[in-house]
Design a protein around this ligand. Structure first.
Ligand code: HEM
Length: 238
């Protein structure tokens, strides 16, 4: 991973069989973005699993070894924060900044999308994905703060604040609901599960993207057809 990635092709043409038009792949997620996603996902699932074992009495009794589960929970949280910071520091920060900017911008089509009105052509992220990403970031921060307070509170009564346990547990339940919806769209729903190719290999089929992210494809095409211009994806290909 490098801070400034070398320019690369925005589209990767696949070899065409006789008479069959070549399938074109669009660069969707850089290596840095994918690393951030999978580190966060792995840590989240480990934290959720160990958190549920600590929290739900039937699971606690079944697993036993409470101190070990607590250690796993705590050290996963520390490694999660450290790994995310390292990836951002050593990775493609321009790509991360661009993704944050895109997620933070809601236009009229995004508002139509959220109200269920169609057509509502979408950019690289649809409005639902933007909301999911914002909630994920906000929850991660709240999890970290409430978790740190719980840890400190076990060592010093001054840090035992009313509502910390409730906040940490409520976040766990809401995150679980979000995750189930996210997993349904990412691996089950036939219309959206092609997105997994983007999060694993970095690229998606142009025709699929045209249906789900029409404005993004139009932006890439405009950048490609402007003489001498380098598209945003070209700059962040790795
Ligand atoms: C463990 C299995 C998981 C799978 C298979 C998965 C799959 C995916 C895929 C395919 C995308 C890309 C969607 C696109 O093309 O834009 C994505 C994006 C994302 N994922 Fe995951 N994910 C997983 C876990 C998680 C977890 C645990 C979290 C956070 C708690 C998470 C948070 C996000 C966020 C915030 C995005 C960007 C916005 C969005 O697409 O909703 N993912 N994930």
């Amino acid at each position: 991973m490098s801070a400034i990635a070398p320019a690369g092709p925005a589209t990767v043409p696949a070899p065409a069989a006789a008479g069959v038009p070549a399938r074109r792949w669009l660069a969707r997620f850089t290596l840095t973005e994918r690393a951030l996603h999978w580190v966060h996902a792995t840590a989240f699932v480990t934290l959720l699993g160990s958190g549920l074992v600590l929290y739900l009495p039937p699971l606690s009794e079944l697993v036993g070894r409470r101190p070990l589960v607590k250690d796993i929970h705590w050290w996963t949280a520390i490694s999660w924060a450290g790994a995310l910071a390292l990836i951002v520091l050593l990775g493609n920060r321009r790509a991360v900044a661009r993704t944050v900017r895109e997620i933070d911008a809601f236009d009229a089509d995004d508002r139509r999308f959220l109200r269920g009105q169609r057509p509502a052509p979408q950019g690289r992220f649809n409005a639902g994905q933007k909301v999911n990403a914002i909630l994920t970031a906000a929850f991660a921060l709240l999890f970290a703060v409430s978790g740190a307070l719980l840890w400190l509170g076990e060592r010093n009564h001054a840090f035992r604040l009313e509502g910390t346990v409730f906040l940490h547990d409520a976040l766990m339940y809401v995150s679980l609901v979000l995750l189930v919806g996210h997993l349904y769209l990412a691996v089950i729903n036939p219309k959206t599960r092609h997105a997994l190719h983007g999060m694993t290999r970095g690229t998606v089929d142009e025709e699929w993207a045209r249906v789900h992210h029409a404005k993004w494809v139009a932006e890439l095409e405009a950048a490609r057809t402007t003489d001498g211009a380098v598209s945003p994806v070209d700059q962040n290909a790795t």
